[in-house]
Ligand binder design. Structure first.
Ligand SMILES: Cc1cc2nc3c(=O)[nH]c(=O)nc-3n(C[C@H](O)[C@H](O)[C@H](O)COP(=O)(O)OP(=O)(O)OC[C@H]3O[C@@H](n4cnc5c(N)ncnc54)[C@H](O)[C@@H]3O)c2cc1C
Length: 384
């Protein structure tokens, strides 16, 4: 079976690895001219790491050497007062820790496991057509291909999703984020820790050790618009305007970050879909289920998608059956994660973040402990 994956991000590269290991003929088509080196870090949680290990036994050990294991999560107010400092004990419970890693290192580790000639850069997909059990995928430079199966891993503004479902643009969630990775040392930022600083007005600043002397910071602030019309000032000016007065080292770390390293991005999500497969086309990652990043699950859900899709495709009698089982399994889980990020009582970046350590008050929701057990306890063990 020939499979075309649109998008060479975290989801596309993981899916390519999973499918190759099942013996499929996979090609990845990426619109960029090379792998994007995004100045960001990611927190990988036990559910995602267990899925990656099921796809490629041993890969998590490689990631652990490239990143940093989270031992302590500290919550602070913007004035510096510590609200809570919690040791992380997920390893004992779920067999995997929380692993913080630079995006570019994760991407390189995933790409290195693929034959280099299967990633086709400079291929911007512009849509596809399906007719009589045949699919034709079109690219910007007039080229087209006819794979047996098309997988859209083309992220937040997915063209494949647009052709498949046609549900328009993502929703702007009235918040903007800024992110960067830099080499930085400060006595307030010990190794193997993350520090989340929040204010009741919905601003947050996250500082994460991602290993090798590097720090990842991520700032989120409420915003009336997504800044697309305000390009006259630098992202660095905008983030400093909002966070410069916060407890050290927040101001110092923003000042020390080269402006070109700061990634500014509106926070968006999309209402969950009832179906995301049709005929010979399906979706993985943000293209399938875009959630706000509060639970740090976007990439982790993509790992779960990749694992399950490869398993179903290798076991089912035909593509349609495999895609049907795949979305039936994935949609309820990813919808529950979306629901959690939008639940009225769940405001991890408000009320000084206390809710993160307390139970939910809404009775229809699981308690925080129950939710975490359900989320991180996902075990990739599909039996055919
Ligand atoms: C502030 C913030 C913090 C986050 N923190 C975390 C975290 O800690 N943990 C976590 O798990 N997740 C986190 N996420 C979410 C995570 O970054 C995403 O869910 C994840 O990157 C999705 O991967 P993807 O491969 O689906 O999409 P992407 O990584 O966006 O990749 C899509 C790829 O498709 C390519 N592409 C797009 N359109 C086309 C086209 N038409 N033709 C060809 N190629 C195309 C793009 O160039 C890109 O390479 C965070 C997100 C944000 C905004």
């Amino acid at each position: 079976m020939s499979i075309a994956i649109i998008g060479g991000g975290i989801g596309g590269l993981t899916t390519a690895n999973a499918l190759l290991r099942k013996g499929f003929n996979v090609q990845v088509y990426e619109k960029a001219q090379s792998l994007r080196s995004i100045g960001a870090g990611l927190s990988l949680t036990p559910n995602g790491l267990n899925s990656l290990n099921a796809i490629q036994p041993g890969i998590v050990e490689v990631l652990k050497h490239a990143g940093s294991l989270l031992h302590t999560l500290t919550l602070k107010r913007s004035t510096g007062e510590t609200i809570a400092s919690n040791p992380m004990t997920l390893m004992q419970q779920y067999g995997q820790p929380i692993l913080n890693i630079q995006w570019s290192k994760l991407q390189a580790i995933l790409a290195l496991r693929l034959p280099s000639d299967i990633i086709h850069f400079n291929h911007r997909c512009v849509g596809f057509e399906q007719e009589n059990d045949q699919i034709t995928v079109y690219f910007a430079h007039q080229k087209s291909i006819q794979p047996d199966l098309l997988i859209g891993a083309d992220g937040i503004n997915s063209v494949v999703r647009q052709t498949l479902v046609g549900d328009g643009f993502p929703n702007f969630a009235d918040r903007v984020s800024w992110r960067a990775v830099l080499q930085y040392h400060h006595e307030l930022l010990p190794l193997n820790t993350s520090t989340l600083i929040t204010t009741p007005d919905g601003k947050s600043f996250l500082l994460v050790d991602v290993g090798g002397g590097y720090i990842f910071w991520s700032a989120i602030a409420p915003s009336a618009d997504d800044f697309v019309h305000q390009r006259a000032t630098h992202p660095k000016t905008r983030v400093l305007e909002r966070f410069a007065e916060w407890v050290e080292p927040v101001g110092a770390i923003i000042e020390a970050t080269p402006v070109e390293e700061i990634v500014e991005q509106p926070i968006c999500d999309r209402p969950p879909l009832k179906h995301w497969s049709k005929g010979r086309a399906t979706l993985v990652g943000d293209a399938a289920h875009l959630v706000m990043p509060f639970l740090q699950q976007g990439a982790n859900m993509a790992f779960e998608d990749a694992y399950e899709l490869a398993e179903y495709l290798s076991a089912a009698p035909d593509i349609e059956t495999a895609l049907n089982v795949y979305e039936k399994s994935r949609i309820p889980r990813t919808t529950a994660i979306y629901d959690r990020t939008t639940a009225p009582d769940y405001h991890p970046y408000q009320a000084d973040g206390k809710i993160m350590f307390n139970d939910m008050t809404e009775p229809s929701q699981m308690s925080q402990d129950e939710f975490e057990t359900w989320l991180y306890g996902y075990t990739p063990s599909i039996t055919h």
